[in-house]
Design a protein around this ligand. Structure first.
Ligand code: ADP
Length: 164
């Protein structure tokens, strides 16, 4: 799939990502769910939490609280609470920045081909998928969307080959 292609980029084209084990919050937004963007699930990291939710407007406002002063804040909250969202927590070294790279720029016209938004989104307000933009937001968003007991810890058989 397109995502496998992205993961197979020549090493020279790949950025160096943090060598720290971290978690990020990724959500397929209502447009991504309605359009059947199941490929978004194949991020190539360890999935430690997943659920389908229809966020309330109040919840969406909490999620987007950083954007309170922006003109599109209300529209973004209305949209996020308009239908089912697939909420996920992914874990791995450098997963926060890697997730952002796979997702692509906020505005799809600035997203590169081969990114989720670059390939699937049409307008900025309907950009398919969300991903935490840094370690602090990742922590806040994971805490907002998931209770600790909804996240699992496990070791995959592949990990010793991935991390050595
Ligand atoms: P990102 O989702 O890439 O982290 P932001 O946090 O800046 O981007 O914005 C959050 C969401 O608000 C975006 O994903 C998009 O859906 C919406 N948004 C951002 N900028 C605009 C804009 N200029 N017009 C309409 N919606 C916007």
């Amino acid at each position: 799939s397109w995502i496998t292609g992205l993961l197979a980029l020549p090493a020279a084209d790949q950025e160096v990502f943090a060598a720290e084990m971290e978690r990020t919050f990724i959500a397929i937004k209502p447009d991504g769910v309605q359009r059947g963007a199941e490929d978004c699930l194949e991020l190539g990291f360890k999935l430690v939490g997943i659920k389908v939710v229809v966020p309330s407007k109040d919840f969406a406002q909490k999620h987007y609280h950083d954007l309170k002063e922006r003109p599109f804040f209300n529209g973004s909250c209305d949209f996020l609470s308009s239908g089912p969202v697939i909420a996920m927590v992914w874990e791995g070294e450098g997963v926060i920045r890697y997730g952002r790279k796979l997702i692509g720029a906020t505005d799809r016209q600035k997203s590169e081909h081969g990114t989720i938004r670059g390939d699937l989104a049409v307008v900025v307000g309907r950009n398919i998928i969300h991903g935490s933009n840094g370690p602090v937001t990742a922590k806040d968003e994971i805490n907002l969307w998931f209770k600790p007991q909804e996240l699992v810890s496990y070791t995959t058989n592949a990990e010793k080959w991935i991390y050595g």
